[in-house]
Design a protein around this ligand. Sequence first.
Ligand SMILES: [Zn+2]
Length: 335
Amino acid sequence: MVSYKELGLVNTRAMFAAAVKGGYAIPAFNFNTMEQMQAIVQAAVETKSPVIMQVSKGARNYANATILRYMAQGAVEYAKELGCAHPEIVLHLDHGDSFELCKDCIDMGFSSVMIDGSALPYEENIALTKKVVEYAHKYDVTVEAELGVLAGVEDEVASEVSHYTKPEEVIDFATRTGCDSLAISIGTSHGAYKFKPEQCTRDPKTGKLVPPPLAFDVLHEIEKKLPGFPIVLHGSSSVPQEEVDTINAYGGKLPDAVGIPEEQLREASKSAVCKINIDSDSRLAMTAAVRKYLAENPSHFDPRQYLKPARDNMKKMYIHKIVDVLGSDNKLLQK
Ligand SMILES: [Zn+2]
């Protein structure tokens, strides 16, 4: 058993309370590789932002849970080396699907876990979430739960259709489970193809797809039921058109990829939404830079040559999200 506190990590409690009160959101960036980790830490340090580094089941399968945990510990030390005296870094399990997986992560130093029982019947979701909360709270680890189903595909999590969270259930759910934050479904979606073209309208000037707006009425209803309670949005990449265009210009094929417009995420950040999950945008930033570099430098074969621009491009994207979308810059609790 390793406590996350020994690793220099923090849980989400204080940062969420401050974010809800201050009208901003904490970025939750998924990571699988060293370059992503470096870019996340550099961006968080330069902007003086708290940050959640999250690991999905797919990331654990790809990189190995032990390695990712030591990388998170390394991230804390790296942040200090870059001049941040008190880094606020959370290591979070994204979409935990069983008590055993959550327990395993807590025992190896994660400071926050998500238990996603959203596909289960309501009472089973409550029972599973409550079991994880009881274990996690013994070690001061915070727990994110989910009510409502998001559409889209993210690693092993996939659903054809979305079901908005029912506001009438949230008080009962939060009270009976004791969860620390709640992921809700209001129209965000996993992956780089968040909406089918038939769900969108086309901008007459650019011909680009315009996705349907988020259900802010549902969000506001939930906020009224649970005043000040931390709300989480999954599937909140914006799928920047310039990255998609670069990928397609250098041999990729991502027709009609579409994300959540940043204005809507900016608006959500000002509400009780205090954690916004971004994964696809980092994948796109990395792939766009690698494709461009290799196309322009066909004789190069040193991975450092193409991973450096990939890392720089991700860092630029992370800084943009922190400063221009979520507003979490200069929000470290301890200066
Ligand atoms: Zn998710």
